[in-house]
Write a protein that binds this ligand. Structure first.
Ligand code: SF4
Length: 324
């Protein structure tokens, strides 16, 4: 029996660096520090929101966790087993447990396949060979995600954006995973449809004790679905806490700035607007010391020299900033 105290996913000091090659001889002249030493855990039935601007490394982190891209160093444990260096064959049972939902459901669905075959493909690959059995399982999945089983014979272009994301969710659910990585899974959808898809993901989580790594550039989107939030900046986690602490007592200047852009539904609560200057610097040559110092309104000389470690400043609340 699975021990619910063992995290579904435990990531320690995960790094993914890409070499930068130049010239005729393709010499390595530098590294892109896409993910630069991140650690987190996700418990059974929990959601971790991984948030940051585009280019901060969150998508690479999600792919590295699933070993869709090979990590440079660090460890990935799934249900207590270190899968970081497992061979393709040994990784297979763990692949079943970990699925991904992409941002753009249209480009991730084969336009020439029936929707039912798309959802049933993972079943076929993982050994459910009886067509009848597959069709029954797919029909049940269609019904569960709010599609009609009759739509199994439609092509992806015959569905709306929200329906296509439901197909993506049904496909991810097909093998009964424990963990789903959602890479901006609702960013391409209208706001009203976003809420429906998030509600569906939450219902499925309750029903199946699913764990999610929910990647988004938008704090407002992750608020409703996440139990914990990790804020990423240039390949590193700068703040990591439960969702309420992040929203009520943000401690890192970058989190404060991201939050100031989130609309507050209660007019009695006013947030000071903080507009971040400039773009995220290149991860090829990240700024020295604290990576955020080129944009931080509170920068002090020490910030340019010394990199602040991620410290626990209150139970479960971790921040990397010299001033906290
Ligand atoms: Fe700003 Fe310095 Fe804190 Fe970095 S360490 S977030 S630059 S105050």
């Amino acid at each position: 029996m699975a021990n619910s105290n063992v995290p579904v996913l435990a990531v320690r000091d995960l790094k993914k660096h890409f070499p930068v090659k130049k010239g005729l001889l393709r010499r390595t002249v530098g590294q892109v520090y896409a993910v630069d030493g991140i650690s987190f855990t996700i418990g059974v039935g929990e959601t971790l929101g991984l948030v940051g601007e585009s280019g901060c490394g969150k998508t690479t982190a999600g792919r590295a966790v699933l070993r869709l891209t090979e990590p440079t160093s660090g460890t990935i444990e799934v249900g207590g087993t270190d899968i970081t260096h497992l061979s393709k064959g040994d990784l297979r049972p763990y692949r079943r447990q970990m699925q991904i939902i992409f941002q753009d459901p249209f480009s991730s669905l084969n336009p020439r396949m029936f929707a039912g075959d798309i959802v049933g493909e993972p079943l076929l690959v993982h050994g459910v060979s009886s067509r009848k059995e597959r069709q029954e399982m797919v029909a049940a999945l269609f019904a569960r995600v709010g599609l009609r089983p009759a739509q199994m014979l439609n092509y992806p272009h015959q569905f709306s954006g929200g329906q296509r994301q439901r197909i993506g969710i049904a496909r991810a659910l097909a093998l009964g995973p424990k963990l789903i990585v959602g890479d901006e899974p609702v960013s391409a959808l209208d706001v009203s449809i976003q809420a429906q898809v998030i509600n569906l993901l939450q219902d499925l989580q309750r029903e199946r004790q699913l764990s999610y790594l929910f990647i988004s550039h938008n704090l407002a989107v992750v608020e409703h679905i996440s139990h914990h939030i990790a804020v990423m900046y240039l390949g590193r986690i700068v703040e990591y806490a439960d969702t309420r602490s992040i929203f009520v007592r943000p401690q890192h200047p970058y989190t404060e700035a991201l939050l100031s852009a989130v609309p507050v539904p209660d007019p009695a609560i006013k947030r000071q607007k903080r507009v971040l200057q400039g773009d995220v610097p290149s991860p090829v040559n990240p700024p020295s010391g604290c990576h955020f110092h080129t944009r931080c309104p509170y920068v002090v000389p020490r910030c340019k020299i010394e990199s602040p470690p991620l410290r626990e400043i209150a139970p479960g609340h971790h921040v990397s900033c010299h001033l906290r």
